[in-house]
Design a protein around this ligand. Structure first.
Ligand SMILES: Cc1ncc(COP(=O)(O)O)c(C=O)c1O
Length: 401
């Protein structure tokens, strides 16, 4: 590369970054000086109540989870320096795969370094140009990328729209195999996919069903198994992907779960599995301890749902508009991007960590702050947060009441 070409490359990047800043789309990183938890300490020493982590069950910073990871490190070492199939599989990985299958009610499970990899590596080994993938328009980026890597025909149905899904199934009628793909829960709105209806349509049109359970595993459904339990369709979902990096402990790691033939094929052909290092034993051991705990008690899941119901009721009583629902993702609607930014900044001053979302992450005019409840939040912390909402809402003239 000539010096001239190099300098235009770097100055071009700088220009784009400057534009992102000007448009208010630049994403700075918040630096924490503490463990993840209901309360965190920022780099500058401020104590904040954290309302924006995917720490649904409050496990990320818990001592017993950290200890389980230390125990696994002591037993199995720090890492494997290998992909799974060469010399990177330990008993703890097999135990965790078995535990996830039992928890979800599936036959077998394969681990990945992230759910992003699970979604990225699930389609290409299983489907080709003879097949069709029918995907919700708002599915997660990793599903979209995974579909792009596969030769199957692509059909997209309008978000959560069962009539359109049916039309797309009809449009894909001449394809050999069809699979409907949806997030179990959509993280921007906390919308729960209508899996009962999706399964019905899949049965009618002879399609498979895949769900991404990143915002559901561990706490949706009566015993926390996920959206399939919530909608009473356990055993009727063909492929489940999920993360170990949110409710199930919060470190990192992902999985795909389903029938033995599917998982076996992924072990043979899924590129992020074949060509990437094995999940650290510390994470496998801690995830195993988490699943044991969640299988023996629904206490954390129950507390999370109590916190969610309380917060949803109180925030509306104060006079904010929220997207209706029951999920611990609570979008508090502020509509205009500058308002959402100002509001999140004022809440930070009042000791509450929140994130604002605006176009293009959400549709124009739908700016919001997204609250995420956790089982770790105490009632006292939620009261403090609600008081801060009320104060900031009043100051900015946002309350309906
Ligand atoms: C719906 C969904 N799928 C997949 C992912 C990726 O998960 P991971 O962090 O394990 O790669 C996320 C995380 O943001 C998600 O929200």
């Amino acid at each position: 590369m000539s010096n001239q070409a190099k300098s235009t490359f770097y100055s071009g990047l700088q220009q784009t970054l400057d534009q992102l800043r000007e448009q208010g789309l630049y994403k700075p990183e918040r630096v924490l000086a503490s463990r993840q938890g209901a309360e965190v300490v920022s780099e500058d020493g401020r104590k904040l109540i954290n309302m924006c982590a995917n720490n649904y069950l409050g496990l990320s910073g818990q001592e017993w989870v950290a200890q389980a990871s230390i125990d696994a490190t002591e037993q199995y070492g720090y890492g494997l320096s290998s992909v799974r199939f060469i010399c990177g599989t330990q008993t703890v990985h097999k135990q965790l795969e078995q535990a996830i299958s039992t928890f979800l009610g599936t036959e077998d499970t394969i681990l990945y370094a992230a759910a992003f990899d699970a979604n990225g590596g699930v389609f290409e080994p299983l489907f080709d140009e003879n097949d069709a993938i029918i995907s919700d328009a708002l599915n997660h980026a990793s599903i979209i990328d995974g579909i792009r890597l596969c030769k199957a025909a692509r059909f997209r149905y309008a978000h959560n729209d069962m009539a359109d899904l049916e039309q797309q199934l009809q449009a894909a009628a001449d394809k050999r195999h069809k699979i409907i793909v949806t997030d179990g829960v959509f993280s921007m709105d906390g919308t729960i996919a209508q899996l009962d209806k999706i399964v019905e349509l899949a049965e009618k049109y002879g399609a498979l069903v895949m769900i991404d359970e990143c915002h559901a595993s561990g706490f949706m459904g009566k015993t926390g198994r996920g959206t399939h339990e919530h909608h009473n369709v356990v055993g009727k979902i063909d492929i489940i992907t999920g993360t170990l990096g949110k409710a199930l402990g919060g470190a990192m790691g992902g999985f795909t779960s389903g029938r033995k033939e599917v998982i076996d094929m992924l072990r043979q052909k899924s590129r992020p599995y074949l060509f990437s290092n094995t999940l650290a034993p510390s994470i496998a051991g801690a995830s195993l301890a988490v699943l044991e705990r969640l299988s023996s008690s629904t206490e954390l899941r129950d507390r999370l749902h109590e916190n969610t119901a309380y917060f949803r009721k109180e925030i509306e009583r104060i006079g904010f508009t929220i997207k209706p629902g029951t999920h611990p993702v609570v979008p508090v609607m502020l509509f205009e991007a500058p308002v959402a930014q100002k509001f999140a900044a004022r809440m930070y001053e009042l000791g509450v960590l929140l994130s604002g979302f605006f176009y293009p992450v959400v549709p124009m005019g739908q700016a919001r702050v997204r609250v995420q409840l956790s089982a770790a939040h105490t009632r006292e912390q939620l009261e403090t947060v609600l008081k801060a909402f009320e104060q900031a809402g009043r100051e900015l003239g946002l309350l309906k009441n």
